[in-house]
Design a protein around this ligand. Structure first.
Ligand code: GTP
Ligand code: MG
Length: 245
């Protein structure tokens, strides 16, 4: 039986919200008092290119995609200040978590948010013109303060992308986990099962992982078709690893 108390959604407090000291405001808006939702996991993340590209994979190729990647990585709000380039990732848990958070967050476009839902979180966001080499306006960037999963399926994909099982207390986890039986290393976009100089250990025997991650790694290591790419899995296990671009 589906236990609605355990529904989950992913929220990212983006660099523009952090720069404008809106973290407390966002947390208040999403507090248990207002939403009935609780924290199941939180972390401060310096967003690597790999993680940003996986998170926004559906927008690859669009005019605003390059600026979206730079935005979520904090490059636009904290240029040249890597020590400030971060987002706060939060898993909220409770009945109808996805819909409740999206309701308070409001429409994607901050101008529409102000028109259609004054008072929603994104009504405090802004639009930034995007220009080409000649200075012509070719589009706009939506600095909309926070991200929130749009559907339960998206929440599952995103929570598994940003969080390892150990980041979420055992009784709050809803996605199936499995213990790794072997070593998995990552180097230059390749998966290795034995250490090589310069490789990073993604998983060691005994590590608890999302079952879907482990299934994918096993298929990839056998060179069989997998339901997701190596980068999708590696991006999370490399979160906050020094040296990750
Ligand atoms: P998120 O919660 O951030 O995922 O927003 P969303 O679900 O309301 O929108 P979506 O997932 O479609 O887009 C992700 C992000 O891409 C948005 O937050 C915007 O910053 C940006 N974006 C999406 N659509 C557009 C668009 O048509 N134009 C521009 N300039 N940016 C867009
Ligand atoms: Mg979205």
């Amino acid at each position: 039986m589906h236990n609605k108390e355990l529904d989950q959604t992913l929220v990212l407090i983006k660099p523009d919200a952090l720069k404008n000291s809106l973290t407390g405001y966002v947390l208040s808006q999403l507090s248990e008092f207002h939403t009935g939702l609780r924290f199941a996991g939180t972390k401060v993340v310096n967003v690597s290119r790999m993680l940003a590209e996986e998170h926004y994979a559906e927008h690859r190729g669009k005019v605003f995609y390059p600026s979206l990647i730079e935005y979520i990585r904090g490059y636009l709000h904290y240029p040249g200040k890597p020590e400030k380039q971060r987002v706060i990732a939060i898993v909220y848990q409770g009945p109808n978590a996805v819909d409740k958070v999206r309701e308070i967050v409001g429409p994607t476009n901050p101008h529409l948010a102000r028109e259609q839902k004054p008072g929603c979180i994104r009504s405090l966001g802004t639009l930034v013109p995007l220009t080409d080499d000649k200075g012509e306006v070719v589009g706009e960037r939506m600095d909309n303060l926070i991200h929130a999963s749009a559907t339960p399926a998206e929440a599952e994909r995103e929570i598994k992308l940003w969080f390892r099982p150990a980041d979420i207390p055992p009784y709050m986890r809803i996605y199936t986990t499995r213990q790794s039986g072997g070593f998995f290393y990552y180097k230059d976009d390749k998966l290795l099962t034995a250490h090589e100089p310069g490789s990073v250990c993604l998983l060691a025997p005994g590590d608890v992982t999302w079952e879907s991650d482990l299934n994918a790694l096993e298929l990839i290591s056998r060179k069989q078709p997998a339901p997701c790419t190596l980068r999708t899995v590696a991006a999370k296990y490399l979160v906050n690893e020094k040296g990750e671009d």
